[in-house]
Design a protein around this ligand. Sequence first.
Ligand SMILES: Nc1ncnc2c1ncn2[C@@H]1O[C@H](COP(=O)(O)OP(=O)(O)OP(=O)(O)O)[C@@H](O)[C@H]1O
Ligand SMILES: O=C(O)[C@H](O)CO
Length: 384
Amino acid sequence: MTDGAVNKAAHVLVAADKFKGSLTAAQVAERVTAGLRQVVPGLRVEALPVADGGDGTVAAAVAAGFERREVPVTGPLGETVTAAFALRGGTAVVEMAEASGLRLLPGGVLAPLTATTYGTGELLRAALDAGARTVVLGVGGSATTDGGAGMLAALGARFLDAHGEPVGPGGGGLRALATADLSGLDPRFADVELVLASDVDNPLTGPQGAPAVFGPQKGAGPRDVEVLDAALTRYVAVLVEAVGPRAAEAAGSAGAGGAGGVGYGALVGLGAVFRPGIELMLDLLGFREALGRATLVITGEGCLDEQTLHGKAPAGVAAAARAAGVEVVAVCGRLELTPQALRRAGISRAYPLTDLEPDPARCVALAGPLLERAAAALARDLLA
Ligand SMILES: Nc1ncnc2c1ncn2[C@@H]1O[C@H](COP(=O)(O)OP(=O)(O)OP(=O)(O)O)[C@@H](O)[C@H]1O
Ligand SMILES: O=C(O)[C@H](O)CO
């Protein structure tokens, strides 16, 4: 509990990610602000919706003042989709999920072997056409496991089978890969600073690789995971033939396994430099300046779990806030971390919506009003 004087000095920074499936990051910020002000009218609250490179990254950039641009691109299964990127000055934020995301699969039907990142390549090209010279490629939330081969093909690379024909789409197509030629890649990438903002730090293949860890959420059963892992292993070997040993080294580096290997394709083919997505986004969104004004930070996401601790937005927000000596609490739909694990991540306490409404379906349907109630409880505990 704090007294009135401290309360007047309070300045709350709401820096939460979306609750996937129920609220966007901007809606989370609005509801939290409303709940806090029910208890402390006139409270100074600053909203800074955040994202970690995955879904919602363009929305967070637009909320922070970037301009939204839309272009038609090839969706994960070849259909045309409208994808957005964000532009400010010479800097573009390109979110691969806008072109090749899980949420774009027609009818929600998963396609672990055939979904392609071709549209991500088209989106990158559109960003360069718009004048971007620094491009942040946010990866995560993808429908794909093609190692970024589709993306590179859209930018001029060629991936051929033993008969000299282009291989089929998706990670499954790479089973037949015999040769690769990256010499036709868009030459502008030589002068562009491409930063890979990945939501995860996994390698491309193996037990911690993209197929094993993220294949199942894209519909890959155990046999598909084996097929995709073997196909990506082949892809690496063929790229070693094409560009040398750096293609093998990149497969083990952090971020290579992001978005089914888009990270790898960007590292090997486009000269990208890896940075944890949330760190990069916090810089881009002006988080550090906002933190300088804050006396309390509220972060969160749909589900606070083990994955959260591996580079997701709340962990990045909490690490930065803790380093600055500012207390961090969290709001979430579901909480799957122990109080000890939360504290290790720098979060002193969490307010899950399931504490207010145990029925999962109602908790999603009523997420907005429930979040206001959770924020009001938080305000009573910490600010009233
Ligand atoms: N209102 C809610 N009530 C309860 N649980 C929720 C609610 N909204 C979202 N969730 C849970 O959170 C999950 C989504 O988690 P989250 O928002 O952290 O995204 P994620 O899958 O970790 O992806 P990303 O990496 O893009 O953040 C949903 O599957 C659901 O279980
Ligand atoms: O898209 C994916 O594969 C996951 O979000 C990890 O990057």
